[in-house]
Every structure is written in structure tokens, then in C-alpha cells.
Design a protein around this ligand. Sequence first.
Ligand code: SF4
Ligand code: SF4
Length: 125
Amino acid sequence: MKVFKFECKRCGFCCKGESTISLSEEDISRIANFLNLSKSDFLKKYTIKKGTRIEMKVKNGFCIFFDEKKRICKIHPVKPEKCKEWPLVPAIFKDREAFEIIKNSCKALKDISWEELKFLKNLHK
Ligand code: SF4
Ligand code: SF4
């Protein structure tokens, strides 16, 4: 069986939408530090509060840190943990239906089958 190699196709799907992932305290400190900003300046400039959630602002339908020309994340080295995890989120290893939904959204998963994904998980146990 060929071993799947993750390669982002820069489709932008995971950075698109009116809502972005929720930021943890660690994410906020790490990104503010990377941008040389105080936490409060970072929060004011780049995030919005939705109830108890803190999210990135959205610009032109994408997360404010998505570079629309290069199709990459401008804060890639310090991006939020949830962004780092995508698309190999825990749900896709547990649930075939979740796997199919995410596979249809993320072009990097286009060529991987459920069986290959399970094999990949066992490799990393
Ligand atoms: S959805 Fe997948 S292929 Fe598209 S930008 Fe995100 S990780 Fe890359
Ligand atoms: S922080 Fe980066 S990877 Fe995460 S949604 Fe924004 S642009 Fe995409």
C-alpha cells in the first residue's frame, strides 16, 4: 500500500467562511508574540468575540491571515493549533462519514481511501 503524504493544495477551503476557528489562550499569546504585538493590541486588531469564543476577523470571506494571492497562511509557523491539526482532525479517524465529508472539502485528501487513512493512523500509534 502506498504511504499517503500530506500536501496542501492551497485551495483555501479551511480558511474560508464567515466564522473561523476558536482561539485558545496559548494561540493568542504565541501569535501576538510573533507579530510583536501586545495581547490586547492583537485581540483588537485581528480578532472578534462571539459569546465566549474568540475568533479571527474575516476579510473578503477569508480569515484575515489568509494571503489570497499566494493562497497561504501569513502566520503559518505560529498558526492556531486547530489550524495545524486540519484536516487530520480526530473525528476522521473515528467516523467514516466524517472522513468522507472532510475528504470532499480538503483537496489534499482527494486520493486517500478510508483504509489508507486507518493504515496511516496505525503507523503513528
Ligand atoms: S482545505 Fe486542505 S488543501 Fe485546501 S488549503 Fe486547507 S489543508 Fe490545503
Ligand atoms: S490562521 Fe492561517 S491557517 Fe488558520 S484559518 Fe487563518 S489563514 Fe487559515
